[in-house]
Design a protein around this ligand. Sequence first.
Ligand code: ZN
Length: 500
Amino acid sequence: MGENRDLADLRRRLAEIADIESAEAVLGWDQLVMMPRPGAATRAKQLSTLRSIAHARFIDPEIGRLLDALEPYAESLPYDSDDASLIRVTRRDWDKATRVPTELSAAMARHNSEATEAWVTARANDDYASFRPWLERTLELRARYAECFEPGDDPYDVHLDQFEPELKTAEVRRVFDRIRPVLQELTSEAARDDVEPFETAFYPEDRQRELSVELMRAFGADDAFRLDPTVHPFCTSFSTQDVRLTTRYAENDLHGTSIFSTMHEAGHGLYERGVSPALERTPLAHGCSMALHESQSRLWENVIGRSPAFWRWFYPRMQSAFPEALDGVPGDRFYRTVNGVRRSLVRVDADEVTYGLHIILRFELEQRLLSGELPTADLPDAWGERFEELIGTPVPNDRLGCLQDVHWGGGSFGYFPTYQLGNVISAQIWARLLQDVPDAEEQIERGAFEAIHTWLRDHLYVLGRKFTPTETLERVVGGPIDPEPYLAYLRAKVATLRAP
Ligand code: ZN
């Protein structure tokens, strides 16, 4: 079986597509990190050319023929072998990609980029009316996209599937119905609105950078990583040996310093870096799904990076890096502030307790928009009403309301729930890790992360995209998504926030 000519042919084709996609990623990273602004118009064309070449190569009927021919071979192999997984996952990706007419894909790509521009202007001017026609057109295109697939049990399934393959809306609803009342109760218990002076003190960029590099190295980022500044931090990788983290250096906002965004992006980066090298240049050489990816950024940023043990280790370093801001501020006061629960209007500023409520709001509203039950004209009012019910504060305008996120402008319906599922899954994976690494907290307190990183790499990162999200989670924790470890984690967190 070592010589399988069809498999060699499939692998060669997929490797070339992966190369084109890596080149796209390089151009995308450069655009957001290095490129002079006048380069934008040409860069958009370059990216679009590479995208259409990669897409055309992938939907080639010859790939379908090879997949058909390889089916008996795949069935003869263990389900979890690299070859069987490659054939199975490529089959699924190919079936999905070939169902959507090229004309519709192109129309969606063009519309999403123009609608994003319209959203930028609408948000800046707090002008929902100017964005509404774009949202209408987005919903029409989403409906046409959905018609390309067999109707699932729930009309939202097809949108969710783009980000969480084979996860069902009913399962998301089950998890969100369980957590919503607890998050509301914890918000009422813990929300505060005082501001500490050190939250808006001066944190010089060069010191932030030193600490961020120290942190990413301590977490396990080796010489395959780079860290560069950008406006909205992200992580990308061009292979498992070349991972790019980005961060931002707000100098007058503790929460906007690079410390937290670096820990978050390092989590994404360690996942990409830890994928088995045997999967390189295949469609399996990335993290499994958006939710699993987010579970790792949140695990490193929140479960570890906002824990009492972490700050017992890191606060003295922080204090000596920023003496002007932090001299005389006791560690426990600092800890309570970086974990403070606030009824903030903006999702990306939200703390761990209210974050899920921001997502539940979007999950509910986008289903109603897609089904037509909520006319786009009524979105701002529906947002305001539900926001106040869930989080308990009025929304003063659309800029801080339904216009705050890029997702609906960019056509990304079905994306929001993955952020919160990431939070839920991060606590579940952490609880499982503690069974094997029972002294993880003492290790964190010493600044030792190797055992934690190794466990995550060997149990999760190494798998790449070989399995569906549900199968992957089953392999890591032995069961489906379970909100209980997350709720226990949040309750314990809130208990540590009570003033002494
Ligand atoms: Zn993230």
